[in-house]
Design a protein around this ligand. Sequence first.
Ligand code: FAD
Length: 371
Amino acid sequence: MHVVIVGGGVIGLSTAWRALERGLEVTVVDPAPGSEASHASAGMLPPANELILEQEDLLRLCLSSRERYPAFVAGLEAVSGRSVGFRRDGVLDVAFDQDGLAALEEVRKLEESLGIAIERLDPGECLAHEPALAPTVTGGLLAPDDGAIDPREMTPALLAAIDAHGGLLLRERAIEVIMEGDRAAGVRLAGGASVRGDKIVLAAGCWTHGIGGLPPGVVPEIRPVKGQILRLRSAEPYLRRTTRAVAGGSAVYLVPRSNGELVVGATYEERGYDTTVTAGGVCELLDKARKALPGVGALELAEAGVGLRPAAPDDLPVLGATAVPGLLLVTGHSRIGVQLTPVTADLMAGLLADDLVAGLAEPFAPTRFAG
Ligand code: FAD
C-alpha cells in the first residue's frame, strides 16, 4: 500500500514515520518541510492546561500523547541518530498576584485528580527553583515529570527516520487531489508531475483546505492563528526549566534550551495569513517576560518570528477518514500540535495500516463537519 502525505510539519512527518514502521510505502510532498508552525513552535509539553482540562475528549488525547512521548522520542532518536532536545525536568507555573494564584489552585486540583504529579510551591520555593524570577512571585506549581522538546531538532530527526525506513520526500507543492471516480488516487504537483497513491493524507496545516480537486465540504476550513514568538540568547541557560508566568489575567511561557536559547511565547492573533512581526507583538512578549524575569532585558534578542497555527472551526484536531474514499485528513492541532504529535501519528498509522478507528480518534473525525 502506497500512502501519499501532503505536508511535512511535525504532524505529516510523524504520521509518515509511524506508517513506514507499519510496513507501508510512504511519499511525503512538501516544498519546505518543517518550515511553518512547526518551525515557530516553542515545543512546550505541559501536563495539560486550563483550556484543555474542560474538554474531556481532547484531554484524553493529550494525556495519551504525554504517556507515549518517552517511547516516541526513544524510537525517533534511535532510528535517526539525532537528539530532539526532549526534557522532562519539570514545568513550573508561577503567579504574581492573588488571581493568578487562585487560577493555579484550580489547575492543581484538576491535575491532581487526573493522577498528574504536581507540587504546590510557596514564593521562596519558586525562587529556589528559578533564582532569576522576580521576587514579587506569589507562588507556583511544579509538574516535575513534564517539560519540552525542540521542534527544530524534531523535524530533521523525523526526516532522517523517514529516510532510514525508505520513505520518499518530494520537495514540491501539491496543488490538487487527483480523483478516479469518487476515489482519491493521487496528487498533482505544482511542477506538473503527479504522484499516485492508494491513500492520500492531507496534513498541510492551515493550507490544507486550499488543495484543490475535491468536492466542496470534504475539507473544513483550517484557519491560521498567528503566533509571534521570540528567541533570546545567553551564554548559559537563563532558566533551569520551562516556566509559565501568569499575571494580570494573561500568561507568557519561557522555554529554555541547553544551548542558551530562551523561547518567549507567544501571541494568539486572528489575522488571517498575515506573518508580520509587529512592534506591538514584540513589546507585549518582552513586557510580560520582564515582569516574570526582571533581568531578561540583558539577553540578546536572537530572533523574532511568526507561525500560523492550524485551527479547525471548532478549534479541535481533525484526524481520520473523510467522506471521499482513500482521502484522510490530519490537521487542526492549533496551539498543541507538538504535544499531540505522538498520539496523532500512532492513530493515523493505525488507520492507514489496519483501517482501525481507535476510540480516542472518534471525536475528531473530519466527517463531523459534513452538512
Ligand atoms: P505546519 O507545521 O504548519 O506544517 C504544514 C506543512 O504543510 C508545512 O511544512 C508546509 O510547507 C506544508 N504545505 C502547505 N501547503 C502545502 C502544499 N500545497 N503542498 C505541500 N505541502 C504544503 N504546540 C505545542 O504543542 N507546544 C508549544 O509550545 C507550541 N508553541 C507554538 C508557538 C507558536 C508561535 C506557534 C505558531 C505554534 C505553537 N504550537 C505549539 C503549535 C504547533 O506548532 C502546531 O500545532 C503544529 O506545528 C502544527 O503542525 P502541522 O504539521 O499540522 O502544521
